[in-house]
Design a protein around this ligand. Structure first.
Ligand code: SAM
Ligand code: SF4
Ligand code: SF4
Length: 341
């Protein structure tokens, strides 16, 4: 197999599209009601199929696999999948790093088992510390304490590093920026503030609801001086700053105000086996027919490599143009709960 001209380093593997939350920026209740046609169980890839897929991606250069969803911990026996993925080795013999993004609701009871299964790192989404704001954000009647307990359990289990993702939606949870930043200072947990994106599912998105990272950083900097941390990898999605007093680091993901694509090394697989080469792609490649035993791994690899070489890398820049001209979402994109961020 030829080497890929554009590196493919990260795989986001969605294991389910359902979720036990309904965040307004991902699954607004007006769209994701009781009758929403989530994937039926029969359409979800089996763990064997996911394992075959993951092996092909690792052979093509992937070093990190992030398990996501919907809510990944809603998928039964997830630890079994993690065990098999954590055994994979890169062509140069290194262990593949397996991580997960979760809303944290089911994490407290599962953190140690996940670590024992081979999970290395975890990122927990948390959009409010105030219980009233938190409940308003998830629309499932779930309080914040269980998620904070989940984060603590992940730290205790040694899932390192533990990160927190906070999507900021202007007028809804911008009051929570300083409380969240303060809560995690000196804790070893790094918070990343994310600009509210116009992904599929974000039906109510408008540019007026986006608080730019620069404003969030200035707000925190007024309370605690921040110093820039030099980027470690060109493909890093977040820019990090450290607290001048040694309180740790905080990150900003600015995919709306500072769109970038050129260094993107991430491929995404939905829970039904579709390959998306970009978060904003509206088309996908169905890999499911190639996951049975009758298809040689090399054939699967060739299909993936071909799709990756042909990918367009201008989505963010094109979107930037759209904001300037319209300020509202203009085009169909894959829903976030299908490809998992
Ligand atoms: N359910 C898990 C969770 O919430 O962490 C994993 C899947 S979720 C789709 C993955 C990430 O996407 C989360 O950190 C979430 O905050 C982020 N996300 C979802 N919709 C978003 C939006 N419209 N803009 C920015 N980030 C979004
Ligand atoms: Fe569920 Fe995660 Fe989407 Fe929130 S961001 S609705 S927790 S999948
Ligand atoms: Fe990568 Fe697409 Fe995001 Fe650009 S818009 S950084 S290509 S996922």
């Amino acid at each position: 197999m030829d080497t890929l001209q554009r590196p493919l380093k990260d795989l986001r593997l969605s294991v389910i599209d359902k979720c036990n939350f309904r965040c307004p920026y991902c699954m607004p209740k007006e769209v994701f009601g009781k009758d929403y046609p989530f994937l039926p169980h029969a359409r979800l890839m089996s763990f064997d199929e996911m394992q075959k897929l993951a092996r092909a991606f690792v052979a093509l250069g992937v070093e990190k696999i992030r398990i996501t969803g919907g809510e990944p911990l809603v998928r039964k026996n997830l630890e079994q999948l993690i065990e098999s993925l954590a055994r994979l080795k890169t062509p140069s013999g290194r262990d593949v790093s397996v991580s997960m993004t979760t809303n944290g609701v089911l994490l407290a009871a599962r953190a140690q088992g996940l670590k024992d299964a081979g999970l290395e790192r975890v990122t927990v989404s948390l959009d409010g510390l105030d219980d009233r704001v938190f409940r308003q954000m998830n629309d499932a009647g779930i309080g914040v304490k269980g998620v904070l307990d989940g984060i603590e359990a992940a730290c205790k289990a040694g899932l390192a590093p533990v990160k927190v993702n906070t999507v900021v939606q202007k007028g809804l949870n911008d009051s929570q920026i300083l409380p969240i930043a303060d809560y995690f200072r000196h804790s070893g947990v790094t918070v990343r503030f994310i600009e509210y994106m116009d992904v599929g599912g974000a039906a109510n998105w408008s540019s007026t609801s986006v608080l730019h990272s620069e404003q969030v950083r200035a707000l925190i900097n007024r309370r605690h001086a921040l110093l820039p941390v030099p980027p470690q990898h060109a493909s890093d999605t977040a820019r990090y700053f450290r607290y001048a007093d040694g309180g740790g680091e905080v990150g900003f993901i600015s995919s709306v105000s500072q769109p970038f694509c050129g260094d993107c090394t991430r491929a995404r697989i939905s829970a039904d086996g579709q390959l998306y080469t970009c978060l904003f792609a509206s088309r996908s490649l169905d890999l499911r027919p190639m996951l049975g035993e009758h298809v040689a791994p090399e054939v699967l690899m060739a299909r993936i490599a071909n799709a990756w070489q042909r990918r367009d890398d201008q989505y963010s820049e094109l979107r930037g143009e759209q904001y300037r001209n319209h300020g509202r979402k203009q085009y169909p994109t894959v829903r976030m709960s299908l490809v998992g961020g």
